[in-house]
Design a protein around this ligand. Structure first.
Ligand code: ZN
Length: 271
């Protein structure tokens, strides 16, 4: 098996200081938290940014500040989110790609989130994919439902993405695919041969999904974006969640990837 690529998703759009004191909000806090997580075994940092009051933000300037602070301190792969909770239009979601991160997330279909429709119409997905391809950014195909695998494969058919693809299965979010081993197995069997995959279990599904992925040869995403608890009633810090996955991988005999090993596994050219 390839070494385990651990992605940390420290912030996301949902966790607030009202629900956990540990969520990093400012670019400085996000870069600091990512640096600690890379020290604990993370090799990819999945970045969202916030306004100073905590609201999700699409401001390129904040993404730039995270990158500027992270790059001298770690050699981690930076993956910028192009998610739409901070603004749904193409310009709002694509502007940050000009910063040329090595990776960016790309959701290839729409889904009913508890707070409303997460709309990713086909033309928007194709324009984002085209922009990533032009800038040499590897997309991480975010899959909330099985049909989104086909949405990603379609991009390859249309020349808007290059194989091998990399998928992130986001499982256990209300409104999307439940986090079961059966669903995970089905997704792994559905993606094109040669693809890589990681899994993001939401909430209490984070730990079991991580263990399945370690054993199955997939990769793991953890972090407060997906889950704010370490155990029932115990709030987590990002570094605790990363450390636990690294420890579990060690116990199960799976080496943890360094950032450069992650680049090899994910087929990245390098920063
Ligand atoms: Zn995200």
């Amino acid at each position: 098996m390839d070494p385990l690529v651990i992605t940390v998703a420290p912030t996301g759009s949902i966790p607030s200081r009202d629900t956990t004191p540990h969520v990093p909000i400012t670019p400085e806090e996000i870069a600091g938290d990512c640096t600690r997580c890379v020290g604990a075994g993370a090799s990819v940092c999945h970045i969202h940014v916030r306004e100073p009051d905590g609201r999700p933000s699409s401001r390129k300037e904040y993404f730039r500040r995270v990158l500027e602070q992270l790059r001298p301190r770690t050699d981690a792969v930076v993956q910028i989110s192009t998610g739409g909770r901070a603004g749904s239009g193409y310009e709002e979601r694509a502007g940050r790609l000009d910063l040329r991160p090595e990776m960016a997330s790309l959701t290839t279909g729409s889904v009913n989130f508890p707070e409303g429709v997460y709309a990713n119409p086909r033309d928007l997905v194709e324009r984002l994919a085209e922009r990533m391809k032009l800038l040499g950014i590897k997309p991480e195909m975010e899959v909330f439902d099985t049909s989104m695998v086909e949405g990603a494969v379609d991009l390859v058919r249309n020349g808007l993405a290059d194989p091998p693809l990399h998928f992130n299965f986001v499982l256990g979010l209300k409104g999307a695919l439940p986090a079961t081993l059966k669903n995970l197995l089905h997704l792994v069997e559905t993606i094109p041969p040669g693809s890589t995959w990681t899994v993001s279990g939401i909430g209490r599904a984070q730990l079991p999904m991580a263990v399945h992925a370690i054993l199955m040869g997939g990769h793991v995403r953890v972090g407060l974006e997906d889950n704010i608890y370490y155990a029932r009633g115990v709030l987590a810090r990002n570094v605790d969640l990363v450390s636990r996955v690294a420890r579990l991988a060690g116990e199960l005999g799976r080496p943890v990837a360094t950032p450069d090993e992650a680049r090899r596994v994910l087929g990245l050219a390098g920063p």
